[in-house]
Write a protein that binds this ligand. Sequence first.
Ligand SMILES: NC(=O)C1=CN([C@@H]2O[C@H](COP(=O)(O)OP(=O)(O)OC[C@H]3O[C@@H](n4cnc5c(N)ncnc54)[C@H](O)[C@@H]3O)[C@@H](O)[C@H]2O)C=CC1
Ligand SMILES: O=C(O)CCC(=O)C(=O)O
Length: 411
Amino acid sequence: MNALAATNRNFRHAARILGLDSKLEKSLLIPFREIKVECTIPKDDGTLVSYVGFRVQHDNARGPMKGGIRYHPEVDPDEVNALAQLMTWKTAVADIPYGGAKGGIGCNPMDLSVSELERLTRVFTQKIHDLIGIHTDVPAPDMGTNAQTMAWILDEYSKFHGHSPAVVTGKPIDLGGSLGREAATGRGVVFATEALLKEHGRAIKDQTFVIQGFGNVGSWAAKLIHEKGGKVIAVSDITGAIKNNDGIDIEALIKHKEETNSLNNFPGGEAMDPHELLVYECDVLIPCALGGVLNRENAGAVKAKFIIEAANHPTDPDADEILAKKGVVILPDIYANAGGVTVSYFEWVQNIQGFMWDEEKVNNELQRYMIRSFHNIKKMCQSHNCNLRMGAFTLGVNRVARATTLRGWEA
Ligand SMILES: NC(=O)C1=CN([C@@H]2O[C@H](COP(=O)(O)OP(=O)(O)OC[C@H]3O[C@@H](n4cnc5c(N)ncnc54)[C@H](O)[C@@H]3O)[C@@H](O)[C@H]2O)C=CC1
Ligand SMILES: O=C(O)CCC(=O)C(=O)O
């Protein structure tokens, strides 16, 4: 099922549970604005190449729209729409004063040189600079983008609007980025995992973990789990997959990846078929890469007891049903990966105040926000007798619905 159909289905299910009025339901579903722009750049060899850039601004009832920008060959309008909508519910679940947005360019960043990536980012920013802003829409990194990408957006935007560090988050520290933002999504995943496991009488140190994706989110999650004594027994990325049932030395794997740009030939692990990874025997499976990776084809074979959705929409609704029947507990994306946007909020607050927090404060506040949201989700699960995904969706949708109604927008 495509990402938008899946996200709409989850939203409608939550709206039904909440008994939302049909007009309000419709207004919450329709995006505020969809932007599609041509981005043509000269390649390093002088030839011209054109890409399509998207920014979908889904909802701003609770505050400026917020969400990452993705560079990936599979970026398409439906997926960006779905990801923007997920951001609206995610910021509401985290109870931070934002709406939701997402952007992307259909390109393969691995095929572009650094100067080509810079040109592409600057052209994209030129095309959307009037539609983003500190109090309207604040981009951040996502798959295929990073702090350097945010630095180029900040610089290009500032040419039109004056120095504006708060227009993007996930920036380099030297340009007003927050300490702790780079690790925040992975760290939030770990706080969320701890909260869930505690409820089941377990702890990270007693569990085995399988992680798909070893970029920003996957590598930080793996590193922090490893530090807490959890055994990471299999890891994959776009280059391949490795396993070691005695536990992979994650620090050594990070070093190997930095040196070789690949997981292959890591001396502390054995190569495995990447398709086997999601169905490998473990306690906790953490998808940290693409959407839709758990679907009706593979869900029946999943052996994990817990799935922590660090990626956005890794589980499609067919898989959700199959996994529920098997008793697999799923911690949904709009909660599990909210650590990134939560620290983005802290970064934005620091930029607006012109005051920098130390890293301990960032991490402590992040933990407080993640635990608070977990308990709020559990309360919704109890009130509505629903699973964690619907607990999170009803929590988020209800908050946005209340803000919409208070503004008088629903009629
Ligand atoms: N960066 C952030 O702060 C946040 C990211 N997310 C989500 O987390 C996921 C990962 O994002 P990042 O780590 O930022 O991206 P990234 O670009 O830093 O890393 C992505 C990783 O996925 C791997 N990958 C790509 N295709 C794969 C495949 N077919 N099989 C296995 N691995 C594959 C890549 O090799 C890379 O290791 C995405 O779904 C993103 O939307 C969610 C919240 C915040
Ligand atoms: O940090 C942010 O503003 C957004 C992160 C993001 O794109 C996400 O949570 O999926």
